[in-house]
Design a protein around this ligand. Structure first.
Ligand code: MN3
Length: 261
């Protein structure tokens, strides 16, 4: 009798366990069931000309090419993100800072940078970001001339020894800039060409730089400038940059820098 009763209890317990396990399993199945997306999201890439900064003192420089025209050296997604998101954000932030500060109204971007209080982090980052990106996008073109000509070519030979020596120094400076920053070719205060690098959005026009000078060429080595195309291979990005440099523009900047001295 006792045995029978115990068996019935055991059977009941087993049945109960099976029932709760199956319930639990069902619940788990319900939880992990994820509905599939109804349709794939389309990636829409706009036109550079359609990107407009907020109303204010500064606007975006016009890109003289489409986002895909620097491929394979700089990819379409990198260009689109860089121009229509990163650059636009710096520009809009700068316009906002200027509208809030009467001392900045009517100043050129160069004068804002030259008079900058380095402790003003917002202005330092956004005025620097605006200038550096405007300068960078203006210095690109789909098919580079490969090398500078005339006066600038002569000056590079004179100050570096050869174009190849300059190129290697530039690649080296861009590669070794720790973390985010920029590599530059500048005309220094003594009238000599120099390759330098700056961290974050700093640039050679700002006060208290290790080397100050007039910028002629720059390269963005923030990860957003190359990671989609090159991942960690920053050096390959820097080498590819030499296939999309607008040397005519760099030469014009050099002539202008000489005449301003
Ligand atoms: Mn950038």
């Amino acid at each position: 009798m006792k045995y029978n009763f115990l068996s019935k209890v055991s059977l009941f317990m087993i049945a109960l366990t099976m029932l709760t396990t199956s319930c639990r399993r069902k619940k788990l199945e319900e939880v992990v069931e994820v509905p599939l997306p109804a349709k794939e999201e389309k990636l829409i890439i706009g036109q550079p000309d359609d990107v407009k900064a907020s109303d204010g003192a500064f606007s975006l420089t016009k890109l003289n090419f489409q986002y895909n025209e620097l491929e394979p050296n700089i990819g379409i997604l990198t260009m689109e993100n860089h121009y229509s998101k990163h650059y636009l954000t710096y520009t809009n932030n700068l316009n906002k800072l200027i509208s809030d500060d009467a001392n900045l109204t009517d100043l050129s971007i160069e004068d804002i940078l030259k008079k900058l209080d380095l402790n003003n982090a917002d202005l330092r980052n956004n005025a620097g970001g605006y200038y550096n990106h405007t300068f960078f996008f203006d210095g690109l073109k789909p098919k580079s001339e490969g090398k500078p000509k005339d006066t600038l070519a002569v000056a590079i030979n004179k100050d570096f020894g050869s174009f190849e020596v300059f190129k290697n120094q530039f690649i080296d400076a861009a590669e070794k800039q720790f973390g985010s920053g920029w590599a530059w070719l500048i005309l220094d205060k003594t009238g000599k060409l120099q390759v330098i690098s700056t961290p974050n959005q700093d640039n050679p026009l700002m006060p208290k730089q290790i080397v100050q000078g007039i910028p002629l060429l720059n390269l963005d080595v923030w990860e957003h400038a190359y990671y989609l195309d090159y991942q960690y291979k920053r050096k390959r990005y820097i080498e590819s940059f030499f296939k999309v440099i607008n040397w005519k523009k760099v030469s014009d900047r050099y002539e202008e820098a000489l005449s301003s001295k």
